[in-house]
Write a protein that binds this ligand. Structure first.
Ligand SMILES: Nc1ncnc2c1ncn2[C@@H]1O[C@H](COP(=O)(O)OP(=O)(O)OP(=O)(O)O)[C@@H](O)[C@H]1O
Ligand SMILES: [Zn+2]
Length: 730
């Protein structure tokens, strides 16, 4: 009898696994790491086989039901990463493996997808007696990469002809995802600047030593960080090792993908959430075999099953999208460091605005080595930034959301046929709708958040799909004096059309980019088309390299400044610096105008002077005074449920247990804050309360939380408890 040890993907104790019998019929289909379906407490759940061993004598043994995926691209190295995730982020081993393996891929689908001819002229000549086969092969030669049915259709033959050619070996099926169209490799590389050269030299040296290392590449916007990445990867490929390159969101970075393609061609594999099952399988297969040696992807690509990891690059390392917001709530940066330590690989974190935590780790003697690029390519100047005090605009009698300064600058740039970017980190028309009589703000009935007015006349909740018509009469006091306040990107577009009716404008935000590929289309239209102004949310803040853009206008810097989060100042500085960095990347110097009601704020002042170091020093003083990260570590425990009393009861029980556990463990320096309502106290009808565990030693607070998690077991059936180690937003 064969028994398998299975890690199930349900909340159980952190390292707990269960034994199942392997039915005779499944024995061929099953191997170590297979993804299976098993019965678990009256339901069927997924799990991963992590070994074959006899069960403990007392266990009640059930059968494995089904094999979902025989080889889900896991391996010994990734199993160690899974075990590390369990300790680091307090999730079950099943959840960790699920997260690493990702959604199941499907081999069948991709095998049907793409055909190439594997013949030469001799074979064709030999086929004179089979004209249909010959013709079909000729079509396949002329157009590689068709699917079976496409080829049959184009050649005007039946599918059976194609199948015959496959059986004879004249046609071959290859795995190729739709994205990996062959881009010609450009041999021409720019000469590195002195600063780039220095960075590349140091990185090459450490790569040759094959010792694990971590680097912070702090380079101002437009300083050529990408070129440093490309050259470093060349070294990794010379050593027959692989590189993983992470970008915040792949659909937002078509330019980056192109640059990598033109350098490495078919060595690139793309991993992102929009891949089909077949495409995902194909890409992972190429990665596993080493055929694709440069993996480019979003957060989860950090788990790519490369055989010999040499390098991980995290571009825009300060971005919050590197933190997963579901269990396990891992940060790709930390996973990168773990995998690199295990494989003797290097990690490069690149940013013009590094996270406070990262810059702190790059201090002399810290775990990262600092590399700096202080100048833009070709000594181009960083754009001049002007701050406009919106309070004075009102005094001047200007009621437009565009200050007079911004209007003048726009006029000038448009006349010269240059391009402009207008940035506002809020979509929709107006941020809130209020009754002037009773002061009630229109809120989502399911989420504790105000509704946003959109130009189609609907009030929409940005957290759930709820929408309602904007009321004419206040639902609370029946007054008719209802007004909207605050602006969103749609309002900016309207204002643009009013002030500059002949100017062609594009808008890029969550509302205009719902379709696959729409980001790329919009960007291409802006770069190559006659639209002169691009309006957008944070989607347009980073990575864009468009030389024709000479003016960037920030409609309001105050959106992020007043977020209820201790990182509000940091986020504001980062966003302003990144969006300002889009200006003046070509021959013509750039200009930036930032509008705000808080012109003296140090985030805005330091961004104006492009002074990251000053910002960092000042912000560190605040963080130290309040003992926030990087001076402490936090764990956020979030309780949510339909019934608020249940939620509160769970939170109070946890608070009590945490306090006792902390005392009995002798960890005096740990603070337990709360319970308090979460930043958004209700989402989709679920009430949300939170506790914050704060301490100077990460291991200690994790140990306390883990102990209470074990004690809690299944105590609170109606309340979801979610643990976030090192949260990036509060
Ligand atoms: N050594 C070089 N010589 C000439 N051009 C270069 C060189 N290195 C990079 N470039 C070009 O300079 C531009 C800016 O480089 P890149 O986009 O890599 O900057 P970056 O530091 O990543 O900027 P950001 O952080 O703003 O995205 C690109 O168009 C790139 O092709
Ligand atoms: Zn809602």
């Amino acid at each position: 009898m064969l028994y398998a040890e299975v890690a199930v993907t349900v909340p159980v104790r952190l390292n707990q696994t269960f034994h199942y019998r392997v039915p005779e019929v499944l024995q061929q289909e099953l191997s170590r790491f297979s993804r299976v379906e098993v019965p678990f407490a009256n339901r069927v759940v997924q799990g991963f086989v992590i070994g074959f061993s006899p069960p403990p004598p007392t266990a009640k043994i059930k059968d494995i039901k089904r094999v979902i995926e025989k080889e889900p691209f896991l391996n010994e190295e990734l199993l160690i990463t899974a075990e590390w995730l369990v300790q680091r982020y307090l999730c079950s081993i099943g959840d960790a493996l699920q997260c690493i393996a990702g959604p199941p891929g499907s081999k069948k689908k991709y095998q049907e997808s793409v055909l190439v001819a594997a013949v030469d002229q001799n074979v064709l000549t030999g086929l004179v007696r089979a004209p249909k086969q010959k013709e079909t092969l000729e079509v396949a030669l002329a157009k590689p990469g068709l699917s079976k049915s496409e080829l049959a259709k184009l050649a005007g033959v039946s599918l059976s002809v194609v199948n015959t050619l496959l059986a004879k070996g004249y046609l071959k099926e290859i795995c190729q995802s739709q994205d990996s169209e062959a881009t010609p490799i450009q041999a021409k590389k720019p000469n590195l600047t002195k600063e780039q050269e220095d960075a590349v030299q140091q990185l090459r040296r450490v790569l040759q030593s094959a010792q694990p290392s971590a680097w912070l590449l702090y380079g101002v916007t437009g300083s050529g960080k990408t070129e440093v990445y490309l050259r470093t990867i060349e070294e990794v490929l010379r050593q027959q090792r692989q590189a993983i390159v992470l970008v915040p969101e792949i659909s937002l970075t078509p330019q980056m993908v192109e640059r990598f393609r033109s350098r490495f061609g078919s060595k690139i594999a793309l991993l992102h959430s929009a891949l089909s099952q077949g495409e995902r399988y194909a890409e992972k297969d190429r990665i596993k075999s080493g055929e694709a040696s440069v993996v480019l992807g979003a957060r989860s690509a950090i788990f790519a099953p490369v055989p010999n990891l040499g390098l991980v690059i995290i571009d825009e390392e300060h971005e919050t999208s590197y933190k997963q917001d579901e269990t396990p709530k891992y940060h790709a940066r930390e996973v990168a460091l773990q995998r690199a330590a295990q494989s003797g690989a290097a990690v490069i974190l690149g940013s013009a605005t590094p996270a406070m935590e990262s810059f702190c780790r790059a201090r002399p003697g810290g775990p990262y080595t600092l590399l700096t690029l202080t100048k833009r390519i070709e000594d181009r100047e960083l754009p001049k930034i002007q701050i406009v005090d919106l309070r004075q605009e009102l005094g001047l009698g200007n009621r437009s959301i565009f200050s007079l300064t911004l209007q003048r600058a726009l006029t000038r740039r448009l006349e010269r046929l240059e391009k402009c970017i207008l940035f506002l980190n809020r979509r929709g028309l107006a941020s809130i709708v209020v009754c002037r009589q009773c002061g009630q703000v229109m809120k989502c009935p399911h989420c504790d958040i105000s509704l946003t007015l959109h130009s189609d006349g609907w009030l929409k909740c940005h957290y759930c799909s709820y929408q309602t018509r904007s009321p004419v009469i206040c639902p609370h006091c029946s007054s008719r004096i209802i007004r909207s306040f605050g602006v969103g990107t749609q309002r900016v577009e309207e204002e643009m059309n009013r002030l500059f009716p002949t100017c062609k404008v594009l808008r890029m935000d969550a509302d205009t980019t719902t379709r696959k590929g729409s980001h790329k289309k919009l960007l291409e239209a802006f770069i190559h088309g006659d639209a002169q102004v691009l309006i957008g949310t944070q989607m347009i803040a980073k990575g864009l390299d468009i030389p024709q853009v000479t003016l960037v206008g920030v409609i309001s810097a105050d959106v992020t400044l007043h977020m209820p989060d201790f990182r509000a100042a940091e986020r504001t500085f980062q966003l302003l610096t990144q969006v300002a960095g889009r200006a003046g990347r070509g021959q013509t110097p750039g200009e930036v105008i930032i509008q705000t009601y808080d012109p003296e704020h140090f985030s805005i002042r330091t961004a104006q002077r492009h002074d990251y170091l000053k910002f960092y020093q000042k912000e560190m003083i605040t963080r130290q005074a309040l003992q926030y990260p990087p001076f402490s570590h936090l764990i956020r425990v979030l309780f949510s449920g339909i019934n608020e009393a249940d939620v509160l009861a769970a939170a109070h029980w946890w608070q009590g247990q945490l306090t006792t556990t902390k005392q009995s463990s002798g960890f005096q320096k740990i603070e337990i804050l709360g319970p308090a309502p979460a930043g958004i106290p209700k989402i989709k009808d679920r009430y949300r309360w939170q506790l914050i565990i704060k301490g100077s030693i990460s291991k200690e607070i994790r140990s306390v939380a883990a102990q209470v998690l074990e004690q809690a077991g299944l105590r609170f059936k109606q309340v979801a408890v979610s643990i976030d180690v090192d949260p990036v937003s509060m």
